[in-house]
Design a binder for this molecule. Sequence first.
Ligand SMILES: C/C=C(\C)C(=O)SCCNC(=O)CCNC(=O)[C@H](O)C(C)(C)COP(=O)(O)OP(=O)(O)OC[C@H]1O[C@@H](n2cnc3c(N)ncnc32)[C@H](O)[C@@H]1OP(=O)(O)O
Length: 719
Amino acid sequence: MAQYSRISGSVGLITLSNPPVNALSAAVRQGIVDTVEKALGDPQVKSVVICGQDGIFCGGADIKEFGKNMSGPPLIPMIHTIECATKPMVAAIEGSALGGGLELALGCHYRIAHSKARLGLPEVTLGLLPAAGGSQRLPRLIGVPAALDLITTGRHVTAAEALQLGIVDQVTDHATVDAAVKFALSVAGKPLDTRRISTYPCPHVSDVDALCENVMQKVRKSAHGAIAPIACVQAVRAAATLPYTQGMEREKELMATLYTSGQARALQYSFFAQRAVSKWRIPSGARWDTSTPRPLHKVAVIGLGTMGRGITVALAQAGLPVITVETHEKQLMEAKRAVSDMLNRGAKRRGVAPPLDKISYSCNLQDLADVDLVIEAVFEDMTLKKKVFRQLSAVCKPGTLLCTNTSGLDVDQLASQSRNPELVVGMHFFAPAHVMKLLEVVYGPQSSPQAVATAMQLGKKMGKVSVAVGNCRGFVGNRMLKLYTEQASFLLEEGATPDLVDQAIEEFGFPMGVFKVSDLSGLDVGWRIRKEEKLAGLSVASGQSTRIREGRRYSPLADLLCEQGRFGQKTGRGWYQYDKPGGRVARSDPWLHHFLEEYRAQHGLVARHIDHQEVLERCLYAMINEGFRILEDGIAAGPEDIDVIYVFGYGWPRHRGGPMFYSGMVGLEKVLERLEHYYQAHPDVPHLQPCRLLRRLVARGSPPVHKWREVIKNLHSQL
Ligand SMILES: C/C=C(\C)C(=O)SCCNC(=O)CCNC(=O)[C@H](O)C(C)(C)COP(=O)(O)OP(=O)(O)OC[C@H]1O[C@@H](n2cnc3c(N)ncnc32)[C@H](O)[C@@H]1OP(=O)(O)O
């Protein structure tokens, strides 16, 4: 797992070999120990180059080994031996040097990187810290402020930035190993005392305590309860204040707490879940590795409201020529200005030229005759969307893929409007579409493998995490969200306040509570949909109780607020009050509390004490139960799909893995027991009734989440 050869007469070349990313598995570590010993013991070898096979230096520790019994040589002494070597050790960095890979390179005396290489210590994203000396060597090499930035965020830096920071000694545009060998020849025999990073004093910072405290506060605010970023700050502080050996002890202590934490498990699960969803397969049998996407030369977006604009920006930034269509010239020009502004701002941030020339603007649908794919982003109205699909079907060339950006309407109904329903899929983007990472690709029973593959690949090209899901009301994300928001409203009826509910949810780790999100997105959006569904407004059947719809409990609270013109931030009033329409800072609203009291009195409801635990159980378990139903229905292929959707699209705290993973952490028996309890207390809320899959999993001894697919398969085969 590490190959050894001697080249140019006196350079020992060690090549890490563990495709695809040369992760430091037990075998690779053993290989490094053996080959380093060989190189150091060979009198003909005067210097050594360490590189990785297939254009990648090393992706770090083998994450698959985490949580298993440790075998093979540990990293710390291995890197220490390299640093102590009396022959110059040179790291030749191509592709990536991440985590343990960069720590290995920091143990070397010199680092030469290819200009396209990326370097970083992303352990924090896996719930860990760079515990193979990285937290102690990096601050000594580049200073405490820069090390704090890299280690607490886990961000990857380019070779150019790495050179500027002093992480690498040389950057090359040519063959990296050749450059490193040449360099190794030039430094053979030179003293190494000044090249051992662990012996460096940490560069002085005037008030290290204040600096660390400042970063700690920032990290606490953005971490939403994640513990690894905090441990990272503590480890770097140790580097700044303690001698190296004591700093290493502190690094070890901090790592011991993180390594066994549920958060590390959740984040590592999330890492693999994100990759698993790209290997999609759908009930028709089509799958990622046997379906060929269609090449896209030109794409179109119809409808330039908020969503259409964001999608256009994301497409242009991905380098795709886009033609956009709006009905009226005035709206088209307004949208053009907004899109250009967004592109200019994005380009300025990234230091590149804005891709303005990728976009053309039109008011004529006929201009779409030659596009390969259209994303329809018109108003969320089935009649309008159907009309657009009929028109597109008539205008576009044969083979054009028609995609709808609906957030929950029936994709099959839209497909039925097209001459080629097999070429229709949903592409559900999340607002703002040029920022949010999630894309739900919604397939119907007729969607061709090529249509799904093309939408999935387009999502990837746009930098999205794409998840293939089946067609149902709300798809995966919004279908589950409905249960969560519904429980939140019921809790208000029973005695809670928006402030209490949001506080519980934010303490759990969501960046924003359910009511703050509702104020931000606008209460009128849901109100319009509920009116269309005849759940709210004048079309509610007369004689219908205010709090019952279709025989189930219904909370009209949001409708009542809308009737008062309280649409959220945009009107300056919603579940909270704001200093002005468009204001962003939510303040508790005495009017709302009084309104809730009156509402309860009017409906004979007696307010009771509700604690954070109940808020979480009611809101989250109702949503999780629906997640199990979604798996039962085959709408999502596995729990990973649901979890990725929630982490990337709905602010679910990543260090809690996702709703399905979280249910496993809580214990499926407990989730089942609490749902049974709440269903008994609220028999008029059928969604609280534990679903079959949850019961089946508990009956099977609550297997870990990676085993659920087997149980789901068995359940499906019995249906
Ligand atoms: C203590 C802790 C220490 C010392 C650590 O080092 S923790 C690990 C730190 N390293 C990382 O966090 C890097 C993780 N990997 C990546 O960021 C990326 O994979 C990459 C930038 C290295 C390559 O990206 P890309 O080309 O897009 O490829 P994929 O991400 O799709 O990965 C390809 C497959 O490799 C598997 N993989 C990647 N890294 C690791 C790893 N460190 N250990 C084990 N396996 C890894 C990944 O899961 C993909 O597998 P498949 O899906 O193809 O089965």
